[in-house]
Design a protein around this ligand. Structure first.
Ligand SMILES: Nc1ncnc2c1ncn2[C@@H]1O[C@H](COP(=O)(O)OP(=O)(O)OP(=O)(O)O)[C@@H](O)[C@H]1O
Ligand SMILES: [Mg+2]
Length: 256
């Protein structure tokens, strides 16, 4: 039986009466699932990931990650839980500017008490897999956007987390590098049963997932197996159609 790794019920995050970033999300994610989250800018994708990671608290409703409620944990417990169980790749890279790429990747490993030698080995291994082995001695601001993104991904994967939350991890990459990252993510789910939630605007990235979520104005308007779509082109068309259909029915409701 596959157990639920992430569960949300009636999850809401309101920043104000007008800004309902998330407006009632019910989601059940099983271990080893690879989900893509799509939706227009401002539809609540990052907010969803932040709530799952316990970086912000829900206005109401609940998030459970491996049956634990991040908003009920102490700060120290949450930091440790996140470091051990959840890999985070966010839109802002959050690399430490005065540390080299190598040192940035090593941070979680050292924080968990690994020796410098084994942390370095692990960092080299990830860097090679992500194609940034030659950039390890550089400081973040000397790296290209795509390289910074890959350093962030390497750091997120360093402790081999059960859950990876990635917010547009391929946003700054050329299509070849971006497909390479997708292959790595695909392998992580397939061979190592990692659970991945990936936010993306790119159909060519989303098509790698097994399940596609579409958010609109903080609501889930679609939750479909990606196998419904033959290819990225199909997925893009279906995405467009779903969003337009939702617009039409909202307009109809207003008119009535
Ligand atoms: N800290 C905050 N304070 C106030 N409003 C916020 C805050 N964070 C997000 N919002 C608002 O909540 C809504 C959802 O934001 P979110 O960042 O989740 O969107 P998104 O789908 O990730 O968009 P994008 O594709 O542009 O990254 C937006 O209207 C945004 O302005
Ligand atoms: Mg976002």
């Amino acid at each position: 039986m596959t157990s639920s790794v992430i569960r949300t019920s009636e999850l809401k995050k309101y920043y104000s009466d007008k800004t309902k970033a998330l407006d009632g999300i019910d989601l059940n994610v099983a271990s080893g699932e690879f989900l893509a989250v799509m939706g227009a800018s401002g539809s609540g994708k990052s907010t969803l990931l932040h709530l799952i990671a316990g970086l912000t608290r829900p206005t109401s409703g609940q998030v459970l990650v491996e049956e634990r409620d991040p908003s009920a944990m102490s700060d120290t417990a949450l930091t440790r839980f996140r470091r051990r169980r959840i890999g985070l790749v966010f839109q802002k890279f959050n690399l430490i500017p005065h540390l080299t790429a190598l040192e940035n990747i090593m941070i979680p490993l050292l924080a968990e008490g690994k020796s410098r030698g084994s942390a370095k080995d692990r960092a080299f291994e990830l860097a090679a897999a992500l194609g940034i082995a030659d950039q390890l001695e550089q400081l973040p601001d000397t790296l290209s956007g795509g390289e910074q993104q890959r350093v962030t991904l390497a750091r997120a994967l360093s402790l081999d987390p059960a859950i990876l939350l990635a917010d547009e991890p391929t946003g700054n990459l050329d299509s070849l590098s971006s497909q390479r990252i997708c292959e790595i993510l695909d392998r992580l789910c397939r061979n190592e049963n990692r659970t991945i939630l990936l936010v993306t605007h790119e159909p060519t990235v989303a098509v790698w997932s097994k399940r596609l979520l579409i958010l609109k104005d903080g609501r889930l308007i679609a939750d479909r197996p990606t196998s419904d779509f033959q290819d990225a082109h199909h997925l893009a068309a279906a995405y467009q159609e779903t969003v337009e259909e939702e617009l039409r029915s909202a307009e109809k409701e207003r008119a009535e």
